[in-house]
Design a protein around this ligand. Structure first.
Ligand SMILES: [Zn+2]
Ligand SMILES: [Zn+2]
Length: 125
C-alpha cells in the first residue's frame, strides 16, 4: 500500500497518491478509492477481496478485534489475556528469585567452609 503513496516532507502526515496525484492525509481511506475491492487487516496487513473474508480472518486470528468498528471489542478478554501474561511474568520472576537465592546460599556455604579453618592471631600482653 505504501508503494502507492509518496510521503511528503513537512510533517502533518501528508502523502501524495502516485496514481492520481492527490495529496491526502488518510492513505487508507484514499487507497480504497483505487482499490475498492481490497480489505486489509490493520493488525497483520493480510488483504482480502471480500469484507466477510477479512471478518473471518479476524475472528480466528484476532478474536478480540472487530474489523467493522476497527476496535478491540472484547476488552474483558483482552484484560484476561493481560492478567494471564502478568501472572506468568510474576511466576517467572519468582522462579528467578528462588534460583538466585539458592545460588546465594550455595556460595555463602562455600565461603564459610573455606574460611572456617583459619585462626586469627591473638594480640595480648
Ligand atoms: Zn489516488
Ligand atoms: Zn490479521
Amino acid at each position: 500500500m505504501r508503494l502507492t503513496f509518496e510521503r511528503l516532507s513537512g510533517g502533518c502526515n501528508l502523502h501524495r497518491c502516485k496514481l492520481c496525484g492527490k495529496v491526502v492525509t488518510h492513505i487508507r481511506n484514499h487507497y480504497h478509492v483505487h482499490f475498492p475491492g481490497r480489505f486489509e487487516c490493520p493488525l497483520c496487513r493480510a488483504t482480502y477481496t471480500r469484507s466477510d473474508n477479512l471478518r473471518t480472518h479476524c475472528k480466528f486470528k484476532h478474536p478480540m478485534f472487530n474489523p467493522d468498528t476497527r476496535k478491540f471489542e472484547n476488552l474483558m478478554a483482552a484484560a484476561a489475556v493481560n492478567a494471564l501474561s502478568a501472572a506468568a511474568a510474576q511466576q517467572q520472576l519468582q522462579q528467578q528469585q528462588a534460583a538466585a537465592a539458592a545460588q546465594l546460599q550455595q556460595s555463602t556455604a562455600a565461603t564459610t567452609s573455606q574460611s572456617g579453618g583459619g585462626g586469627g592471631g591473638t594480640a595480648s600482653d
